[in-house]
Design a protein around this ligand. Structure first.
Ligand SMILES: [Zn+2]
Length: 81
């Protein structure tokens, strides 16, 4: 059981956008789906995905834009889709 949990967890970590990619850290981890951001529709798990597919809220975008170059770059990559 634990082994299954751990391997699932490991895969999950891989499928999630690492917070540092948008200038954050583990204290503010949005849990964004790595396949869905920044290419919506690419996630093979679809609605059953355990990571976030929802569009970023204005608040989240604002916060991200204040995170320096990484945050701004991430937002720009989303807008360019
Ligand atoms: Zn997903």
């Amino acid at each position: 059981m634990l082994k299954e949990y751990l391997s699932k967890h490991k895969i999950s970590n891989f499928e999630k956008v690492k917070p540092y990619l948008y200038g954050s850290n583990s204290h503010w981890d949005l849990g964004l789906c790595k396949a869905h951001f920044p290419s919506p529709g690419d996630c093979k798990y679809g609605e059953g995905c355990e990571w976030g597919h929802a569009e970023l809220s204005e608040k989240e975008k604002l916060y991200m834009s204040q995170l320096g170059d990484a945050g701004k770059g991430f937002l720009m990559s989303l807008n360019s889709v």
